[in-house]
Design a protein around this ligand. Sequence first.
Ligand code: FAD
Length: 816
Amino acid sequence: MKILIVGGVAGGATAAARLRRLDENAEIIMFERGGYISFANCGLPYYIGDEIKDKGALTLQTPGSFNARFRVDVRINQEVVSIDREMKSVVVKNLQTGEEYKESYDKLILSPGAEPVMPGIAVKSDRVLTLRNIPDTYKIKNYIETKGPRSAVIVGGGYIGIEMAENLKRAGLEVTIVEMLDQVIAPLDYDMACDVHRHIIQNGVKLMLSETVTNVKEDDSGLTVMLGGGEIRADLLIMAVGVRPESGIAKNAGLKVNERGGIVVDEYMRTSDEDIFAVGDAVEIVDFVTGQKNMIPLAGPANKQGRIAADNICGRKSRFKGTQGSAILKVFDMTVATTGINEKTAKKLGLVYDKSFTYSASHASYYPGAVNMSVKVLFEQESGRILGAQIVGADGVDKRCDVIATAIRAGLSARDLTELELCYAPPYSSAKDPVNMAGFVIENLLEGRLKQFHWHDVDSLPRDGSVILLDVRTKMEYENGHIDGFIDIPLDALREHLDELDHNKKVYITCQIGLRGYVASRILSQRGFDVFNLSGGYRLYNSVLGKIAQPEITGINPETQLPESKESTEETNMQSIKIDACGLQCPGPIVRLSAAIREAEVGDIIEISTTDPAFASDIEGYCRRTGNVFLGMEYEKGVNTAKIRKSDTDDFQNKCGAALGSGKNFIVFSGDLDKAIASFIMANAAAALGREVSMFFTFWGLNILRKPEKVKIKKDFMSAMFSAMMPRGSKKLKLSKMNMGGMGAKMIRSIMKEKNVDSLEDLINLAKQSGVELVACSMSMDVMGIKLEELIDGVKIGGAAAMLAHAEESDMSLFI
Ligand code: FAD
């Protein structure tokens, strides 16, 4: 049997080797248009970034070595230009001599791959390049080494674009990725891509999302890359916007191709001609999860298909059962892995699905080096069939995604994930592996023990008191950032506050990652509340909707605005204390840090490593509040390491008296309109000066915070009477003097308007926007029968202790 193979890399070389292993007598000829065979395409970006240093490592096989091992006639620099199906022959062009010749076949395997799409927007230039093969790689590397470009633009934020961004950055270039979509790595959903965006930016790559390159011009000094909104200059441009199948010869020979040019094959990898097989990036595949036709260019499927085509040619019935898109990517020191379909696809196909978000440590959190990973699993609502998974983290992401990929292949239900017995010892995993954890959550969802809502539902939740929005994290976590409208009752105090919650209202709970929220939801639902837990918690919400913060290594204490002193630990003989808080969830790291600071001497440097991303945003605020000095933070492999110097709090207070203890504390006892106006004017002025302002409303003052509309709440008779008699909200307040049956209040309001003084309502809103803390006295509320739902949004409940704590931190307390 004489077998010809077109293409000598992933699919082609695999097919050739398998053919020989199955048939020692077959005549096998492999044509490769380029000068290299069986090279490591997937390793090419890493050679450019000098991660792979040895050129030879990319080209494991030569025509000679391949022939020696497999007795395959390898013909490089020879392009198959046409196929004559009638004659069962191909025309081959020798690209070095220009000579053309025919070669006959009994069976033909096509593995021509896919070429990078080169949109017509770019000029032809040495500076505008793509990456597919060894010559492309050398061209880029050579350009960097000889021309010393300083900046590069990468068009496309897919796998190759991001690998190139990392490696060009390693090579010392300023790199910008321009991506047309609002996210990178299309197989991820937007919510999982957000952490990746943050990481790319943190690693110093400029990321321009939802931006299109419209034109590229070249002049003597470089390229001008025109964008939808503006332009950027660059020395080098890499096009990485995707690939298209190289199916020209198949199409010209009349083989069936799909509308995207993918060669149509059956499960035996046979084309519409029974003597011609096709494999790899050039073929249309069946999506293993959806059963739909698709094109998924990946090395794994190409290799498997090459083997399957060879099997079938040699009489061994082998079937390709589909591609499920398992893929993994290194983004600097982050790992991103996907398998199966994402939410965008599930929606497009109208599947009835649900999703879980979990956040788990790569191994036992008490063993050094644990880092967290975000795990999103999609599953069919009815059956629990796993549809796909996306995992973003560092260590251990690959094996968890592989386990789920295997579960998908084996047709396991998401429930089965709870039972998988995976290897465990503290350095490698946890007794409840991240895969088990995802299974537990899904099982709870499928069995109705847990109802959830998602980050995209949060903003549309009513803020009018008709539902309870509850944050069960600690006060410190809450204060470091929370979702607007959510009140804080820490999980451990929840059982004591149950009578403050109205059974008739739905309860929407959040915590940091969804775990404490689940515990709270179990406490409440077993007491008859209708409860929903925020999937992925505040962490995910904030990752998707929060600001992308650039890492800041600052020499200035943000609170005092004083430069940090430069003395090192050696110079001052101060101790350096290292804390490993990796794997601990918030507030664990801050608690560990507080304990260490208590133990430390003034001037000691505490270096704390943590994998909880919330810590990065908490730490500066923590140092501000405690007067310790934040020396900066470094990020590596999913671990944030922050340095804090313990301050002499007394000295700190002396030096920065204006800043520390400069808060203003208002105790608003009166419910008179004039006094309320005066209170808010002073509070806003203090806030404008950058002071921390807290207003504690007690007794009649509570009326200022009441909503104008009647809120339906069950109350006992006395409470109902009391609240009916009191003014409902700021518009109903009376003047302390000359009220004249309400005439006086109206007159004051109109004079204020005339004189361009903000109304009380505007002042209240301004105060909220300026971060003034509005606290309603829990005791007075109780006495006066006022419920939180009756108060305007943004009001917290607090007791005398909270008020006094703030008073102690303030240099002024005013009782109005
Ligand atoms: P190829 O491996 O591209 O081989 C096709 C060969 O056919 C080419 O060398 C071409 O010159 C030759 N050819 C085409 N037409 C003719 C003709 N008429 N005559 C003779 N020869 C011809 N996939 C992953 O799964 N993981 C990764 O990390 C990954 N990283 C990648 C990084 C880069 C930079 C690139 C370019 C690809 C990467 N891929 C990765 C994709 C993976 O390399 C492909 O899916 C795989 O190589 C496809 O195999 P193939 O045989 O279909 O095509």
